[in-house]
Design a protein around this ligand. Sequence first.
Ligand SMILES: Nc1ncnc2c1ncn2[C@@H]1O[C@H](COP(=O)(O)OP(=O)(O)O)[C@@H](O)[C@H]1O
Ligand SMILES: [Mg+2]
Length: 286
Amino acid sequence: MSDTGSGEVVPFPGGSGAPRPRVLAIANQKGGVGKTTTAINLGTALAATGEEVLVIDLDPQGNASTGLGIDHKSRDVSTYDVLTGEAPLRGVVRSTAVPRLAIAPSTLDLAGLELEIGQERDRAFRLRNAVAELNADPTEPPYTYVLVDCPPSLNLLTINAMTAADAILVPLQCEFFALEGLSQLLKTVDQVKTTLNPDLTIHGIVLTMYDARNNLSGQVVADVREFMGDKVYETVIPRNVRVSEAPSYGKPVLVYDLKCAGSEAYLRLATEVIQREKLLTERLAG
Ligand SMILES: Nc1ncnc2c1ncn2[C@@H]1O[C@H](COP(=O)(O)OP(=O)(O)O)[C@@H](O)[C@H]1O
Ligand SMILES: [Mg+2]
């Protein structure tokens, strides 16, 4: 990892007592594995249970923004402005049709970020520092969860997400090459842990696009469970056409079709995430 930089951690404004959201980075350097779908629908499910959720779109493609109904033309300010230091995170947040779910949208400008800030000392800490200010205003309801939708790469954007995160959530598609690339991802997480963010952990691995009619899907689930043990969530997200239709309506599948198998799976995943959160935060507390 060449671009982690050596910026200093700017401490969270603990003195002001600003409540800290839990920050989960949704990462896998492979494209098309379900990162964005998971960010949108886990975010929606968490919001449905009463959490105040912010999805941060860190992919220049901006699919999470589109999938939550923010059209390209209306993205005057974006996560690009946050990472270049031109806007505070709260300043780019947009509300969505889902109560308690907001999004910080992205634009293609993000693709040029590395060229612009790649030499700055604090380049890996831009998102972390922005998140530290997120709940600073006591007149705004504090976010309790931040989900960062990462691009399909282990570049400076993903490094920013991992540096800002408490934990990583990894979607793995149930396909033949599912495990390929996972060790590289885990290695990057370890490097970030040693250099930039000592508290980082793997929250869990979620198997996506499971197809019960396909023997291979079952084999992949078994292999990944054998390799990664209890890091793998019980919940497996099925391949479900409603899940893939929903983004074209600018809606989470939970809003598009609450009763479909995909929605039910994401609700179960949210329950598991909250259970693991309790264990993780209890462990941290003592
Ligand atoms: N459970 C699912 N069932 C059916 N299609 C899915 C499911 N999860 C994701 N997809 C579709 O697969 C494609 C890739 O998913 P996406 O979440 O965009 O992946 P990533 O963000 O990792 O690139 C999208 O077209 C999405 O709608
Ligand atoms: Mg994506």
